[in-house]
Design a protein. Structure first.
Lengths: 201, 691
């Protein structure tokens, strides 16, 4: 199709590579200048995160930023149980995250509840989107217990769930149903407030 | 001139840094533990365990849908992926999808003043309409069945303001998508109603008397219904006068008032529970100033129109026990009229008159897809699916307007279906094997099978290695296998076969010091039977044939940096050696193929998180044309962007080709010219208000 092309005359040849090399140097120098500067670093920015990397972290943070009544937690050696209703979408994320960590001084344990199993033996219950058809039953089953319910469906708060995590755009938004938490004797710490999208009093 | 841009860049950074330092919001130092931990070989989630709540709330997901047809981390995707977000689009002042891609490593855009064409890794042959890239909106195929065109300019059916992210997935994607996923799949993900949460009004004024305006509304109501509706108007006078020395004999080579365009477009989506309906349309008309296809020069009217629209129903449901089912059914249409003046003799009519001829390409089709995926034993994710394409009507017609006389009328039918399967096997926690394949059957030429295999290994949390092999195809389209034109001396070729590509890629992505990411991407692509328009001496006319074999090999290097303060930047370089095998052991470099390409972009906060300055520059080396070459060039773009200085208001001022570089792009053999000069310095001022 194409014929041998004669070189065009009087044109600078191949400015590309020289330009690129010089750039690379300038770029590195310029950005390195920022390293010690006021550009505060934060972990995770170089890592590509998925929705459930983030949600696993939120769940973990709730063990720190919510207060449980002491009687609900039991002896120091008793585990703090994070319950998963049905198949949780976290993969190994949450398990890796809580390995070796404690909540309120208690070792953290993850329990997966099969459909129909009694879910009241935990301190925090995550109800995944796949369980939305059983949402009402699950919330009814934990009523009267000091269990923090965390969900990820649109009607979670409306149905009486306590904390909902939702992916909006590229960020996780967090809603709190304070009334439901109060009824269960759970106290979200004030530090949680600024990062919440909405609070139902 | 180049020097200038470096100093400008450096100045900008220093300035940004100083102002930031004085600002009150100097972030709490989080230096120590978390940062070092991120480098340790632990899981992604663990690396974030010590984050503050504020930091956690500010983190964004970095997932891609289009690489495996489900959401996954870009690092686990079986391809080299670049994500451009809606935020990048605002900060860098991108006006079209073409602007977005211009910033992406390995991609380059050329223009003939009617369309813009996407080049990848040194391949962007003049005369091809871009059918070797598949463009999708939320997974729905946008390429049309007449020209396979990869719409990316103002004829792209979605206003870029409505983009949540653009996923650029390099490498062959036919194992999942079938036709057109040859070099890359570009999946555009739209914003949704809950994110818009109200109304948005936007208006812009730009060079050459260009106006555009948009009104959008989106929300999710308490009953669970989520909606987004948006309408955009775009119009431009274009250049009053454009000079083409090749036509010096006519009006001194100046085309007057033949560069205007207009492009109304609309987008809407409604969803409830697992169901959603979405649709979009654009009707762009662009005047043709540079007289391709033997049009009379500086004579109006001469325009090309692209009307593209679709509406579809989607169902997606996740069952217990990790079953996900997805089904979609769409109606699509494309109208492509082109009107222009000809010398009557050139159409085989009685000589001595100027007549208006209209080409009218018209296509309506139905298409759908069903897909099921299931996770087995934690370690296996299996996806199987089927899709179909059914032509309701595909027609290409040529006629003279006054007196009405039909020159050619061709009707085409090329139904197809495909079956695909993919398995993602987590061999160990840090090793993933992704294998897939697809069978396609086309009424026109029969069947083709295309596999892909990728091994993804992450020895440390900040290191990812990928080895990818894939095959892909592009089927002959209606304009190639069926269109004939007595007037245009064009012959049909029903014996065309699909084009084939084999691609080998090695990718190394390395996170560095918590903020940097280094990417090395080695590629070798072997293409066979590329469909090319040739002149046949026996037929005395043009015909498409599977003639060309093209190879391209090279490397892409990229360094990206990102800070919580909002400072971010990238610099990348692509070396691509693309050549055509010309019988025996002969090889010749490809036309419109830059061997070297470098890009740099920096966006820095000037005042808190409210005002950003962004600078971008792109350098391309010399490219061959049909009978010579066009020199290398460098363009620099600058955008000043502010938001929330006034509640709800965004304002931006952009300068494109700031240094007023005069550069040219090679164009197709349908032009008298072999290359065409592109725009010099232009500007755009834009305001957006959210209610």
């Amino acid at each position: 199709m194409s014929v041998t092309a004669p070189e065009s005359k009087g044109r600078p040849a191949n400015r590309g590579p020289a330009g690129a090399g010089a750039w690379l140097a300038w770029f590195a120098v310029a950005m390195l200048l920022c390293q010690g500067g006021p550009w505060a670093p934060a972990a995770g920015e170089e890592i590509t995160l998925t929705e459930y990397d983030l949600k696993a972290n939120w769940v973990f943070q709730f063990t720190k930023y919510v207060e449980w009544p002491p009687e609900a937690l039991g002896e120091a050696s008793a585990p703090f149980v994070i319950g998963m209703a049905g198949k949780a979408p976290f993969g190994s994320n949450l398990a890796d995250l809580v390995k070796g960590e404690t909540a309120k001084g208690h070792p953290i344990q993850i329990r997966h509840f099969k459909p129909g199993e009694d879910v009241s033996g935990c301190h925090l219950l995550f109800i995944s989107r796949a369980e939305s058809s059983r949402l009402k039953d699950l919330l009814a089953a934990v009523r009267g217990h000091s269990i923090l319910t965390v969900g990820e469906t649109e009607d979670f708060i409306k149905e009486g769930g306590m904390i909902n995590l939702e992916l909006v755009g590229r960020r996780i938004c967090c809603d709190l149903n304070k009334r439901a938490a109060d009824q269960a004797g759970l106290k979200p710490k004030p530090q949680l407030r600024p990062v919440l999208r909405s609070v139902k009093e | 001139m180049e020097r200038l841009s470096y100093w400008a860049m450096l100045g900008l950074l220093t300035l940004g840094g100083n102002i930031q330092a004085e600002g009150p919001g100097a972030e709490p130092p989080e230096e120590g533990s978390a940062r070092e931990e991120a480098q340790a070989p632990v899981s992604t989630a663990k690396a974030l365990a010590n984050l503050s709540l504020e930091d956690l709330a500010s983190l964004e997901v970095g997932t891609v849908y289009g690489a495996s047809k489900h959401e996954q981390s870009t690092l686990e995707a079986p391809a080299s992926v670049t994500i451009v977000t809606g935020d990048d689009i605002k900060r860098f002042g991108y006006r079209t999808l073409a602007d977005v891609l211009q910033s992406v490593r390995g991609f380059y855009i050329t223009s003939d003043r009617v369309y813009t064409y996407i080049g990848v890794r040194g391949v962007n042959r003049p005369g091809d309409f871009g059918g070797r890239i598949l463009i999708t909106i939320n997974g729905h195929r946008i390429n049309d069945p007449i020209f396979d065109q990869a719409f990316n300019g103002t004829e792209f059916p979605l206003d870029v303001d409505l983009i949540e992210r653009v996923e650029v997935i390099r490498g062959p994607g036919s194992s999942l998508y079938g036709n057109n996923a040859f070099f890359a799949v570009i999946n555009v993900v739209t914003r949704n109603g809950r994110e818009l949460k109200g109304a948005e009004v936007s208006g812009a004024y730009a060079s050459y008397n260009t106006y555009s305006g948009r009104v959008s509304y989106g929300n999710r109501f308490t009953n669970g219904v989520e909606v987004l509706f948006s309408g955009t108007w775009f119009q431009s006078d274009g250049h009053d006068r454009l000079y083409f020395p090749e036509f010096k004999a006519i009006n001194g080579g100046v085309a007057e008032h033949l560069d205007g365009s207009r492009a109304p477009s609309a987008w809407g989506s409604v969803s409830y529970g697992d169901f959603s309906i979405e649709g979009g349309y654009v009707a762009r008309r662009k005047d043709i100033p540079d007289a391709p296809y033997g049009l009379l020069f500086n004579t109006g009217p001469a325009w090309q129109e692209d009307d593209r629209g679709f509406v579809g129903l989607k169902l997606e449901h996740r069952f217990e026990e990790d079953w996900t089912v997805c089904a979609r059914l769409y109606y699509d249409y494309y109208r492509s009229p082109m009107l222009g003046p000809y010398d009557s003799a050139s159409l085989g009519l009685p000589p001595g008159q100027t007549v208006l001829e209209k080409y009218f390409g018209y296509a309506d089709w139905l298409n759908g897809e069903a897909q099921v995926s299931k996770r087995f034993l934690e370690k296996h994710l299996v996806t199987v699916g089927a899709d179909f394409h059914y032509d309701l009507d595909v027609e290409q017609e040529d006629y003279v307007l006054d007196p009405h006389q039909v020159l050619d009328d061709v009707r085409t039918h090329d139904d197809s279906f495909g079956l695909y399967a993919q398995e993602e096997y987590s061999i160990r926690t840090n090793v993933i094997l992704n294998v897939g394949g697809r069978f396609d059957y086309f009424e026109q030429f029969g069947s083709t099978e295309n596999p892909r295999a990728a091994l993804i290994y992450s020895p440390f949390s900040a290191t990812t290695l990928k080895a990818i092999y894939g095959q892909a195809f592009r089927a002959p389209n209606a304009s190639e296998f069926d269109y004939y034109s007595v007037a245009g001396s064009q012959f049909a070729n029903p014996n065309l076969k699909p084009e084939q590509i084999r691609s080998y890629e090695l990718l190394w992505e390395q996170g560095l010091w918590g903020h940097w990411r280094w990417t090395t991407d080695l590629f070798y692509e072997d293409m066979n039977d590329l469909i090319t328009q040739v002149y046949d001496n026996t037929l005395q006319g043009y015909i498409f044939r599977n003639t060309d074999d093209v190879d391209t090999r090279g490397v892409e290097l990229e360094l990206e940096g990102r800070w919580k303060s909002g400072l971010r930047g990238y610099v990348n370089y692509t070396y691509a050696d693309a050549y055509q095998e010309s019988g025996g052991s002969g090889r010749e470099p490809l036309e419109n193929s830059p061997k070297h390409m470098a890009k740099l972009g920096i966006s820095a906060p000037l005042w808190r998180q409210n005002v950003f300055a962004s600078l971008e520059t792109q350098v391309l080396s010399r490219r061959r044309t049909e009978n010579g070459s066009v020199p290398g060039y460098e363009t620099v773009n600058f955008t000043l962007f502010s938001h929330e200085l006034v509640r709800g208001l965004e304002a931006s001022l952009s300068l494109y080709n700031l240094l007023d570089e005069r550069y040219r792009d090679p164009v197709s053999p349908n032009f008298t010219q072999t290359s065409i000069e592109e725009d010099g310095r232009t500007f755009r001022f834009k305001l957006t208000y959210r209610f």
